[in-house]
Design a protein around this ligand. Structure first.
Ligand SMILES: Cc1ncc(COP(=O)(O)O)c(C=O)c1O
Ligand SMILES: N[C@@H](CCCC[NH3+])C(=O)O
Length: 423
């Protein structure tokens, strides 16, 4: 069951009318369903029941404090890529010992803070990073728990911008280099080798690339074991896809079961870092049609959301379903490009969409809970949208719309003394 559905030709988010929420908070706004977030996390947790595991939600997909809090309350762990994400997790009630720290460019102060709070593990992505981490840990008189992120060189069959496990990608290290890094880490008094990690890409719609990567990683684990280096966990990253259009990705249940089947008897804890599969279909972005414009050649619906609010269509040519919040009983459909007010030809939310529209209508962009608000910007000096969480028949404003004053925060003009004197 979906928690966004039509009743009497009106779109509902759980028990609330999307129209009413949008009118209450204004548009554009993001609306998240608590029930959907919970259902998605529980699908992973239930699938792994009885097998040692940790589901570390990838915070980058949606880092709203309320979203993190909903997941933390259910015992989720978190995958972070910056100290900013870490502070959000802690503020939302996440436990440091359930945090894995990923990312190719960890800064020294980020390592310090993560060691101070006691994260579960650093997913190390290069030799110089390992060296830096060792020095920071030594300096603090600590032992940093690590896993090496291996780039298994598997084609995830997804968009090239979101594939991460091919040898031409910047992420992780090759299998040979991973072995070298494990050898040096194992003898360091300031590093504690606890696991291995890989993440091959995002929006994967088949299980086979995951299983190919798993085989390669298991080979490394076996080699290390023969050398006396025993790992406790295997982190397969995130990447499970969702249905935006016609895709039919495996259910988390099916995916987790296939992986656990292969790991049976290994003694390894399984760590997963799902982001999109938890958050994407738990969110909508609602926008209002400001103008309908026909230029003699094409029909445009100019809406109040733009590429600064939702960049996926412009950046990846991503397709997201756009549906009316209230379906009209009269009028007729036309084929519209749904575009925003930003001064870029690439500013579109959808192209060639068959819709029956009137100015003032509300549209909902589906599957916008992941990589939506988090990738938004202030381009064209536009304040970022509000975020609302629906919980049954209640709604909560979980981030208010940015004000114009906030857009200036921290910025100033040059002081008088710096003015250029006329010649
Ligand atoms: C290291 C890492 N883990 C987890 C994720 C989450 O991926 P997804 O949202 O596709 O599940 C990503 C993003 O691709 C990532 O880079
Ligand atoms: N931002 C991407 C996914 C990137 C995943 C992070 N490594 C998207 O919207 O599809």
């Amino acid at each position: 069951m979906d928690h966004f559905e039509y009743r009497n030709h009106q779109l509902f988010a759980e028990d609330l009318s999307v129209q009413e929420i949008a009118e209450h908070y204004g548009t554009p706004c993001y609306i998240y369903s608590r029930a959907t977030l919970e259902r998605h996390l529980k699908a992973y947790q239930t699938a792994m029941d009885g097998y040692p595991h940790m589901i570390c939600y990838a915070v980058k997909a949606n880092s709203n404090l309320a979203v993190l809090n909903v997941l933390a309350r259910l015992g989720a762990g978190f995958d972070i890529v910056s100290v900013g994400e870490m502070e959000r997790v802690l503020a939302a009630g996440g436990k440091p010992e359930r945090i894995v720290f990923s990312g190719v460019g960890k800064l020294e102060h980020e390592m310090r803070r993560a060691l101070e709070v006691g994260v579960h593990c650093f997913n190390v992505e290069s030799a110089p990073e390992l060296e830096r981490l060792q020095q920071v840990a030594a300096d603090m008189g600590k032992k940093a728990p690590i896993s090496i992120r291996v780039n298994p060189d598997v084609d995830p069959q997804t968009h090239p911008y979101i594939s991460t496990g091919l040898k031409e990608n910047k992420f992780g290290v090759s299998i040979d280099e991973a072995l070298e890094l494990y050898h040096s880490a194992a003898v360091s008094p300031h590093l504690d080798v606890i696991g291995i990690d890989c993440h091959i890409g995002s929006q994967l719609t088949q299980i086979s690339p995951f299983l190919d990567a798993l085989e390669r990683v298991l080979n490394i684990i076996e080699t290390l074991r023969n050398e006396g280096i025993r790992l406790k966990h295997l982190d397969l990253g995130g990447g499970l896809g969702v249905t935006y259009n016609q895709e039919t990705p495996p259910h988390p249940n099916e995916y987790a079961r296939a992986v656990m089947e292969r790991l049976k008897g290994s003694g390894l804890t399984l760590v997963l870092e799902p982001g999109r599969s938890i958050a994407a279909n738990a969110g909508l972005m609602v926008t209002r049609v400001e103008y309908l414009k026909h230029n003699g050649h094409k029909d445009f619906a100019i809406v109040d959301a733009a590429m600064n609010d939702l960049i996926r269509p412009s950046l990846y040519g991503a397709w997201q379903n756009i549906v009316p919040v209230r379906q009209h009983s009269e009028g007729k459909e036309a084929r519209y490009d749904i575009v925003g007010p930003v001064c870029e030809t690439g500013d579109f939310i959808g192209k060639e969409r068959l819709l029956n529209l009137k100015p003032g209508d509300l549209l909902a962009v589906r599957s916008a809970g992941a990589y939506g608000f988090v990738m938004s910007s202030n381009y064209n000096s536009r304040g970022r949208a509000a975020e609302v969480m629906v919980d049954g028949d209640k709604h909560y404003l979980v981030r208010r719309r940015e004000t114009i004053e906030e857009l200036f925060a921290g910025e100033c003009a040059l002081p008088e003394s710096a003015s250029v004197k006329p010649a």
